[in-house]
Design a protein around this ligand. Structure first.
Ligand SMILES: [Zn+2]
Length: 400
């Protein structure tokens, strides 16, 4: 419980009110905590390798045929249930299999709005989007998918998003005039497909849970919705096979990963974005379900990495990023309700981690300097050979 007590100590040394403490002091304490937490994780899985500088290790060479897969470990996971010492038992696959192969960043700070759609859209544009989290709106800045397709002249079949809920159906392309309709990623909403495929939700209710924060709200779909007929044609997956396989699955994220694997097999897209969301069941208030979501996401991340390694279209040329969209409220903040929500915007709910795995990247190395959530898109651009000219972040030198 080192992290929690240290952060608590920050408040005690001030007036007892978080807002009265110098934010720079809080940030400094959080940085120290994360250095400590990396050291504890690192002594086991990183072989103690901790790098303080941001010096590049490899020269940036964007290679043709390069593929990138992004997994958001969401929605909303705190350190103390993941990489902090007391949480590591919940992520055995990340700890034992993936971290030893990855460049691991302990501080990724999200300075934007902590809602899942708007935060994921910000990750995908490299700009903190301010769109209404609960409306069916496209991002305002160009997405990584639009930059990728336009600059590298890639077809629509080469950029895909698999996303958890109806609110994400617009994430594939922005309303920026130079890009926009038809120039971004196709978006698959597995739950939408499943409900379209089944007349009764009796057998599938556990796969159709949606919009955990506002269970009664279902944003309208529209525009370029990926339909069952396209699933049959493009993914070579019949409605009957889809339904019968879905019956064997236990959660919406498992359904997403099933469709991701189908996409990889049939179309092998070069830019593939998977948004996990099971963890957000935490809003219902059951800690055990939140932990179960983390454990499942941990397993699914390893499953996808293994699928990449065993697919000749992906093996040896794919970089995979795993990062949460953001954290959740700390137990110490009187304005929140702990793990259940992400409403306070406190420092811990904004500070997460990221790992990157793939050819040319250093393995088993941790970096404790602070990154920004918006650094992801410029980094992907440098790796793949395009320039996200309107993104605000910076390429991560340690990965290039
Ligand atoms: Zn949430």
């Amino acid at each position: 419980m080192r992290m929690r007590s240290q952060v608590h100590g920050v408040r005690d040394r001030g007036t007892g009110v978080a807002s009265a403490v110098d934010p720079r002091e809080i940030a400094r304490e959080v940085a120290l905590n994360r250095r400590e937490f990396l050291r504890s994780a690192g002594s086991v899985v990183l072989g103690g390798a901790l790098v303080h500088s941001g010096l590049p290790v490899y020269a940036a060479v964007a290679r043709p045929g390069k593929k990138v897969v992004v997994i958001t470990f969401g929605g909303g996971a705190r350190d103390q249930e993941t990489f902090a010492p007391e949480g590591q038992e919940n992520i055995p696959h990340l700890m034992r299999e993936l971290i030893p192969q990855s460049s691991f960043f302990t501080q990724v700070v999200n300075r934007g709005i902590l809602g899942h759609y708007v935060a994921t859209a910000s990750l995908a544009t490299g700009v903190y989007e301010t769109i209404n989290n609960f409306a069916s709106l496209p991002p305002e800045s160009p997405t990584v998918f639009e930059y990728f397709r336009k600059e590298l002249k890639r077809p629509a079949s080469d950029a895909w998003v698999v996303a958890p809920s109806n609110g994400f159906n617009r994430i594939g392309e922005s309303n920026n005039r130079s890009y926009g309709p038809g120039s971004g990623a196709r978006v698959i909403l597995p739950k939408y497909l499943l409900s379209a495929a089944t007349s009764s939700s009796a057998d599938y209710g556990h796969l159709l849970r949606d919009s955990y924060e506002t269970p009664l709200y279902a944003p309208e779909l529209g525009g370029n919705t990926f339909e069952l007929e396209q699933m049959e044609r493009l993914l070579k997956l019949s409605v009957d096979d889809f339904k019968s396989h879905a019956r064997t699955l236990s959660s919406p994220d498992e359904l997403s990963v099933y469709l991701v694997r189908q996409l990889m097999k049939q179309l092998s897209p070069s830019l593939l974005w998977v948004t996990m969301h099971d963890i957000d069941i935490a809003h219902a208030g059951a800690y055990s379900l939140y932990i179960e979501g983390i454990r499942r996401t941990d397993r699914l991340c390893a499953e996808l990495w293994n699928a990449i390694q065993s697919d000749p279209e992906y093996a040896g040329k794919t970089t995979m990023f795993i990062l949460p969209d953001f954290g959740r409220d700390s137990d110490e903040d009187a304005g929140g309700n702990g793990f259940q929500h992400h409403r306070t915007g406190d420092v811990l709910s904004r500070t997460t981690w990221m790992m990157a795995l793939g050819p040319g990247l250093r393995q088993g190395v941790g970096y404790d300097r602070a990154l920004d959530s918006t650094d992801l898109v410029p980094t992907i651009g440098s790796m793949m050979g395009f320039l996200p000219s309107l993104a605000h972040g910076k390429p991560i030198a340690e990965l290039l």
